[in-house]
Design a protein around this ligand. Structure first.
Ligand code: L9D
Ligand code: CA
Length: 881
């Protein structure tokens, strides 16, 4: 038996379906061959095993996007044998691909079945006439992720290619529910009447008769309540001519006091639709759907309301990838993400920037998560022929495929569409036609959206510029989404609320969502003085601690969706983690960051939350004056009113909690510490219940005054040009933030600090090399005489590159220049006319180590410029003798 047939038999047995009756469906994710190249003979000739790889679905060919900016975009092939059971002979057979990015052409036994354009929506083909039921069939699929006529064409994420969701085979009797309606299952459910007192359900759909003679059928809908008891049944007779489609439309009788669907109470009703042969009563097809009773509104003054009550949308945006597997996620992984978001207390998801897996939508309904789903028209509308048609088709597909999910409240179709538009076309006359086609496409899609679904709101997401209103985009959709990054890409944190106020004043009737806001973070970087764009874990905390209270406290803002739930793949990005956009609330592997618990503390009212931040910072260091312990702040996130903190079991007292945060000053000494927090939970789970959290931390003091004794075992490593501690994943060494030199201590003299966000080659410690002191005059250590090892870190970043592409509104301050300087240590020239870029190349890490004998009770390193400017990215000092 072939694998397929075995699987098929298992499938049949496990569901004990009568062989000849009704709808049979199963995945065909296994046994595929894959070729990472185009191949004209692929539909006709069996794959050459030397060249084709064995793969199974979900699959992407773009795991290279984690290392290469220029990841593979082009044509690839998938091929598989299909052995169809002979019992399917006489049935209608369909192939469904849940997603193939960006476009797929399907061939069976060498003949082209059809093409699907769009990488994020499903497609279904009737393959009956192409198939043999008594000999093996070849199925070949050509997938292309380079197409410029298919959205997205420009965006801050990787356009992973491949068949990265499930592929299904379905066999049905000749009379069946219509399966080739834009990848949907042909049945559409809505709730035309819905209130606390009563609700009705409208069931629409089509039946297809693929037989050469007319059919007399019976269509039955059975409505089940949330407890699975039958509430109503409806039957009707149907007559369909050969080859025709029959459209049905049935509204149920009113259901009194329906249990309303909300994220807190996700009550689902079920509609089972059964198609029978009128005479024999044999079941031909059967289809199940969930629906929920809920109504909602968006208002410019009142914000969002659900079932008649004001309701704050507490949301996150979600990309669909995971390092190192790209977008080839299993359904379980999608469900895991939904659980994590729900666990955090979110009630809303922006499924960004494209339609996602059915597994995710199913969970939105079942776990209770309102949803915004959108198609990926991003940055600019190109004039490529066919682009607008493809957008329209993808929009219709998304809506029809996910129409039945009660969780969905809004559909979107454009994101920051003026961003690249304005950057690329600055002259009035060049910009005009682009704006015209952008507006025309928006209007066209708005019409299509409402024609497809008048029950949901429409939306677009803008970046923080009023030009969207000025050009007329602001008044097209029902809701306006703002992607705001004040205090990240530019401006300061309070610019956020000012922007919202201004918009509200100018357009008081526009319902508004903050569709994005977020800050990058890297667990190797920590700071006691966090700054915008330093990628420290602490700046992300600070940024979100500012944004969230504004969102919660501004009634006219419907809510917000944090950007992004995960650290996601964006091959073009060069930041602290090249190829990754690290604004996640969880890491790529879904381990929560501290801020996840901040949201959880703010949003969960039903369980106690207590979390000591910064969890990742387990090897701490700090500058020590003399022998006194080093005082460092420790932050606790909690939804309880008061917290007590302990170090090694000793209480540091209690603190009142504000903004779900309490900060303690904690004395650290040179050892392993155990820091714990306790809070009494009277509010949530009855009185007297104590909640605890604890973390182990090691602490290494860095002496402010260096003497012979404390130097003996010290590796003084300084992250020059940075306000951040940097801990290397490889050596575990912590590099401390830089400081200006003061007599008796150590530090830099002259220059200014610079944070260049570019990829640094030759090292895995990129962030350490990205920051530097530009124009540095000298570096001094007031240390006793002896023999020392000194190491310098350099990376010349003074050349233009493409790194700034997605740094919204951040000015690129790149100077291109030649840098050449001499290095003199205590009057001895160790480098004459030294040029780091000549030695290792621009953007390459370079480390240089010297042994020197100190006779002066001071090490002074002077930089004397020959060309350009002197600079230093890091310095390390060890006393040898
Ligand atoms: C946006 C921001 C995001 C980007 C999003 C985009 C970011 N530029 O990833 O795709 O919509 O992290 O910078 O607003
Ligand atoms: Ca540095």
């Amino acid at each position: 038996m072939t694998t397929f047939f075995k699987l098929f038999v298992v499938f049949i047995q496990s569901f004990s379906l009568p062989i000849y009756a009704q709808h049979e469906t199963c995945t065909i994710n296994d046994g595929w061959k894959f070729l990472k190249a185009d191949c004209v003979t692929a539909p006709d000739i069996a794959p050459d095993n030397g060249k084709w790889d064995d793969v199974h679905l979900p699959h992407t060919w773009n795991t290279d996007a984690y290392t290469d900016k220029d990841y593979y975009r082009g044509v690839c092939w998938y091929r598989r044998t299909l052995n169809l059971p002979s019992t399917w002979n006489g049935k209608q057979v369909f192939l469904k691909i849940d997603a193939a990015s960006k476009a797929a052409s399907i061939f069976i036994n060498g003949k082209e079945v059809g093409e699907h354009i769009g990488g994020y929506t499903a497609c279904t083909f009737d393959i009956t006439s192409f198939c043999s039921f008594d000999s093996p069939n070849s199925l070949a699929i050509r997938v292309d992720n380079a197409r410029q006529d298919v959205p997205p064409i420009s965006a801050d994420f990787t356009f992973f290619g491949g068949i990265y969701r499930d592929v299904w085979l379905t066999a049905v009797p000749k009379q069946h529910f219509h399966l080739t309606n834009h990848g949907s299952d042909g049945i559409f459910i809505s709730t035309p009447q819905v209130s606390e007192e009563k609700g009705t359900i409208l069931i629409r759909g089509e039946i297809k008769n693929d037989a050469p003679q007319k059919a007399v059928l019976e269509l039955e809908h059975i409505l089940y309540g949330p407890d699975d008891t039958v509430i109503q049944t409806q039957k009707q007779s149907v007559q369909i001519k050969a080859g025709e489609l029959y459209a049905f439309r049935t509204e149920t009788a009113p259901i009194a006091f329906p249990l309303l669907w909300t994220p807190e109470t996700p009550y689902l009703y079920r509609i089972e639709s059964i198609l029978r042969d009128k005479k024999t009563k044999a079941i031909l097809d059967r289809s199940n759907h969930h629906t929920g009773f809920r109504w909602f509104s968006f208002d410019g003054e009142q914000g969002f309301s659900l079932n008649g009550k004001p309701y704050k949308l507490r949301g996150i945006c979600r990309h669909q990838d995971q390092n190192p597997i790209g977008v080839a996620l299993t359904d379980e992984m999608h469900r895991r993400d939904m659980k994590l978001m729900k666990e955090m207390g979110a009630n809303f998801i922006r499924i960004s920037h494209y339609p996602q897996d059915d597994a995710l939508l199913e969970q939105c309904d079942k776990l209770g998560m309102l949803a915004w789903e959108e198609i990926p028209i991003i940055d600019i509308v190109p004039d490529t022929p066919g682009y607008a048609e493809n957008c329209e088709r993808n929009l219709r597909e998304m809506i029809r495929q996910h129409y039945n999910h009660p969780s969905i409240i809004t559909w979107g179709y454009m994101n920051e569409i003026l961003l690249v538009t304005q950057r690329r076309y600055q002259k009035e006359e060049e910009l005009k036609p682009v704006l015209e086609r952008t507006l025309a496409l928006a209007k066209r899609l708005e019409e299509v959206l409402k024609e497809e679904d008048s029950t949901r709101a429409s939306t677009m997401a803008f970046h923080g510029s009023n030009s969207y209103n000025e050009v007329g985009l602001g008044s097209i959709t029902d809701i306006v989404g703002w992607n705001l990054y004040q205090g990240w890409y530019g401006g300061d944190l309070t610019g956020f609320e000012r922007y919202l106020e201004e918009q509200h004043k100018m357009y008081p009737s526009h319902p508004m969502i903050v569709s994005e806001y977020g800050a990058g973070s890297d667990k190797r970087l920590h700071s006691l003085r966090p700054q915008a764009f330093d990628f420290s874990i602490e700046y992300q905390q600070k940024y979100l601690e500012h944004y969230l209270p504004v969102l919660e406290g501004t009634p006219y803002v419907c809510g917000g969706t944090h950007w992004n739930f995960i650290d996601f793949s964006s091959a073009l990005r060069d930041e602290s983690m090249p190829r990754i956009n690290n604004k996640g609330l969880v890491y790529s592997d879904r381990t929560p960051k501290d801020v996840y618990y901040y949201y959880k503390a703010a949003w969960r009212k039903d369980i106690p939350v207590l979390h000591i931040a910064s969890r990742d910072w387990t090897r701490r260091a700090g500058i020590q004056q003399g022998e006194t312990p080093v005082m460092l702040p420790i932050k606790v996130y909690t939804n309880l009113p008061e917290v007590e903190l302990f170090i090694d079991g000793k209480s540091l007292g209690k603190q009142k909690v504000t903004n779900y945060t309490a900060i303690f000053d904690v004395p650290f000494s040179h050892k392993e510490h155990y820091v714990s927090a306790k809070a009494e939970n009277r509010e949530i789970a009855g009185s007297g219940c104590i909640i605890e959290d604890g973390i182990h931390l090691s602490f290494t003091p860095v002496p402010a005054q260096l003497d012979g004794i404390n130097l003996r075992s010290l590796e003084l490593a300084v992250n020059v040009g940075s306000n951040c501690f940097y801990t290397s994943d490889e050596s575990q060494l912590t590099w401390v933030p830089d400081q200006p030199y003061t007599k008796g201590s150590w530090g830099y003299v002259g220059g200014e600090s610079k944070n260049s966000q570019t990829q640094v080659e030759n090292t895995n410690d990129g962030p350490l090399f990205q920051t530097l002191r530009n124009g540095i005059e000298s570096y001094c250590f007031d240390v006793p005489n002896g023999v020392y090892e000194i190491e310098f870190l350099f990376t010349d970043v003074f050349r233009e590159n493409a790194a700034t592409a997605y740094q919204l509104g951040r000015n690129s301050d790149v100077e291109s220049r030649e840098n050449c300087f001499s290095i003199i240590i205590n009057d001895e020239t160790v480098e004459e006319d030294f040029s780091p870029c000549r030695e290792s190349g621009y953007f390459h890490a370079l480390r240089k180590r010297y042994n020197i004998t100190n006779f002066r009770n001071k090490i002074e390193i002077r930089f004397s410029t020959r060309n350009g400017k002197s600079f230093l990215n890091g310095v390390k000092l060890r006393k040898l003798y």
